[in-house]
Design a protein around this ligand. Sequence first.
Ligand code: NAD
Ligand code: WQD
Length: 342
Amino acid sequence: MKILVTGGLGYIGSHVVVELQNLDFDVIIVDNLSNASLNVLENITSITGKQPEFKKLDVRDKNALSAFFKNHNDIDGIIHFAAFKAVGESVSNPLMYYENNINSLIYLLQNIEEKEISFIFSSSCTVYGQADVLPVTEDSPVKPAESPYGNTKQIGEEIIKETCKVNSNLKAISLRYFNPIGAHESAKIGELPLGVPQNLVPYITQTAIGLREQLSVFGKDYPTRDGTAIRDYIHVVDLAKAHVAALKRLLLNEADTNYEYFNVGTGDGSTVMEVVTAFEKATGEKLNYKFKERRSGDVIAAYADTTKVSETLGWEAKYSLEESLLSAWNWEKQVRKSDIVE
Ligand code: NAD
Ligand code: WQD
């Protein structure tokens, strides 16, 4: 089976490629290297013992994409990660986000809509905004998006749903990720944020390694057990395995509908301070932090009800929060070690 992974050199994509290759899928990656480097290809090869096929391609390039599909008419499935993902940047540059995240999706679907191809879309728990009831089930309403980025995920899901309605050959699943963290146990692939990290866990690991002076904990007056905000942090390898489970369901035609969507989280919510404490416990490192004002746009709490994904895909998260944080720390140490060697 041949699987196309767009954005396959990025953080989540690279972990999915590893899982696919471990199960003997043939993988072809396309990535424009806008947020990844070619070293990732070598590192995937070193983990799996197999070099995935790679083509540098911008999915926004309609002509290049259709030429690619003409030369590759043996693709059974597509996992579509290629997108921009920085929420703040999307607010200051909305057109860049709509152009990349929406056009890429439309062009891909235009190339495959008549074919029998399985399609997986990277969506996000951001579609729920602040849910009225926790944990969040797939029946929770989708709330008006807080950012152009979030909007691209909502619109993306709609585009796929409506395309599936009129093309019964197309089979698709949207996975609504909660907060992916951590890295592969080899510490050869992981998350490499450009510049100052916006997300909690990379900020923690960069603070612990001395790259940042102090973690700011945004908000201590939330109506939660310790006043800090709650999220569902899922190990990226668990998340990667959820993609494989979804892909198998599509390839084996297990569903009685051609479009489905699932939450992918652990089912457990952790406060920011619980993450800080778990990091200190897992790594033995002391973290320098201070409390700051709430960050604008943040929800109070979001964690997944995982009943649908576990019953339908037979998938559940295996790694604990501490294991996930330790893997993030091992990756951070590995990255900085190679910086020094270079
Ligand atoms: P990432 O930036 O590490 O990976 C995205 C990859 O896509 C990068 O390698 C980048 O170079 C590539 N890319 C971007 N635009 C492209 C284009 N036009 N053509 C070809 N390649 C392109 O991001 P990630 O964290 O791995 O996220 C993957 C997907 O998951 C994204 O769609 C993101 O929105 C979604 N998602 C991420 C999170 C998260 O917290 N990381 C949460 C929910 C959803
Ligand atoms: C988690 C918690 C912060 C940094 C974002 C996107 C979302 C999804 C995942 C793609 C919050 C707090 C953070 C820091 C802190 N991405 N925090 N100090 O905001 O839940 O989700 O990434 O789809 O769309 O919005 O994740 O890691 O930024 O924050 O206190 O330096 O940590 O306030 O409560 P978030 P995050």
